[in-house]
Ligand binder design. Structure first.
Ligand SMILES: [Zn+2]
Length: 258
């Protein structure tokens, strides 16, 4: 048996698709030919790896078809008498197998990210707010001074959040923190009113300006608006009237700061 014929049947051997007489001949060649034996070993190990370790998710059928088509074209493009060593050919196919596995995982990962992003921003903001109320989660930089809090965000998030001083109106700056919403870091400025915490989230978001919208969920008030390419969310268990007053002040003083 020639090496080319052997290599052409390795897939079938591995998948137990050969007739007994073919399998016997092939195994006889493998036991005599280190190159082909090595190619078979790579095939078997790669297959094992793919089954055991790498592929936990299935790729969309379109992606599978595209990769399969690309592999077939590569195979067809091989000259009948190969100048390429069997080792090279099989290592390329093994690499292609890994590419399939990685592409599958990447496609699934992208899909998971999309479904995460699809969760409403309100849910995520609210979950973040509740999380922030746990001990030691509220504040990364504690300061009543806006000149300490605002610069702290530099280089940590891709916008410089408004940090107006509102203590004369009874809203005391407590500090700021970095939080993660929809898989990216966002700026959170924290104020307090009596025993109530007010979290102000902001992040860059393309789109036109939108007026304030107030919603209530799980006993918290959420107010959101967009201005100048920035999305704002304010969450608190403060009563709606005082929270609305806070937002008015935050927006007004925020503009003066620019
Ligand atoms: Zn051989």
């Amino acid at each position: 048996m020639r090496c080319d014929d052997c290599l052409a049947q390795l897939d079938a051997l591995h998948d137990s698709e050969l007739m007994p007489v073919e399998e016997t001949a092939l195994r006889a060649h493998l036991s005599d030919c280190p190159d082909c034996a090595r190619a078979y070993d790579i095939l078997a190990r790669t297959s094992h790896l793919l089954q055991e370790g790498l592929v936990h998710y299935s790729a969309p059928d379109v992606l599978k078809a595209r990769i399969h088509g690309a592999l077939m074209r590569e195979r067809d493009a091989e000259p009948p008498v190969r100048a390429v060593a069997p080792w090279n050919r099989w290592s390329r196919l093994a690499a292609a197998g890994l590419a399939v596995a990685l592409a599958s995982s990447a496609a699934t990962f992208a899909a998971m990210r999309q479904s995460t992003a699809a969760r409403s921003a309100a849910d995520q903001v609210l979950a973040s707010h509740v999380r922030s109320l746990m001990p030691n989660h509220l504040i990364d930089v504690a300061s009543n001074d806006q000149h300490n809090v605002k610069p702290w965000f530099n280089g940590r998030v891709d916008l410089s959040p408004q940090v107006p001083a509102l203590d004369s109106s009874g809203f005391v700056l407590a500090g700021g923190r970095l939080d993660y919403l929809a898989g990216r870091p966002v700026a959170v400025v924290v104020y307090t009113r009596r025993q109530h915490v007010i979290n102000v989230y902001s992040w860059p978001e393309a789109g036109s300006d939108t007026p304030e919208v107030t919603t209530t969920a799980q006993g918290y008030h959420l107010m959101r608006w967009s201005k100048g390419g920035v999305a704002y969310w304010v969450v608190s268990d403060l009563n709606a009237g005082e929270l609305s007053q806070f937002v008015t002040l935050y927006q007004g003083r925020g503009l003066e700061q620019r």
